[in-house]
Write a protein of this length. Structure first.
Length: 120
């Protein structure tokens, strides 16, 4: 089943120099393991291809039911150097929530995950 992160999580983002920081928080405690399993560093790299020039680091925060991603090379030098419209990385949270993950049907149904169907 396809699941959009917007339907199972919320997010916040900001900057530290040239690195965007994205916190991804499960909307329900039982959905945290879905984030851990399917929102990997590799998935984030793929999702942000063409937007970031560096690697991705992911940190797990189980007590908060959250993941924290550092997206290196995301801000074209950072807030004081960048000519990007979003030099502080505030829209990276919205961009992350647009990610769609594939969750096995049985797991998705057992957790009552909302299915994503792309608008035509």
């Amino acid at each position: 089943m396809k699941v959009r992160l917007l339907d199972i999580a919320h997010a916040r983002s900001g900057d530290k120099g040239d690195t965007a920081n994205v916190g991804l928080i499960a909307l329900k405690p039982e959905w945290y393991d879905v984030l851990v399993t399917y929102v990997t560093e590799a998935a984030a790299v793929t999702h942000f291809t063409g937007v970031i020039t560096g690697g991705v680091q992911r940190y797990e925060l189980p007590n908060l039911r959250a993941l924290n991603f550092l997206l290196h090379g995301a801000l074209d030098g950072g807030g004081t150097l960048s000519l990007k419209t979003d030099a502080q990385g505030k829209v990276f949270s919205t961009a992350m929530l647009r990610m769609v993950i594939d969750v096995p049907d049985a797991e998705a149904q057992a957790l009552a995950l909302p299915a994503y169907t792309a608008a035509v």
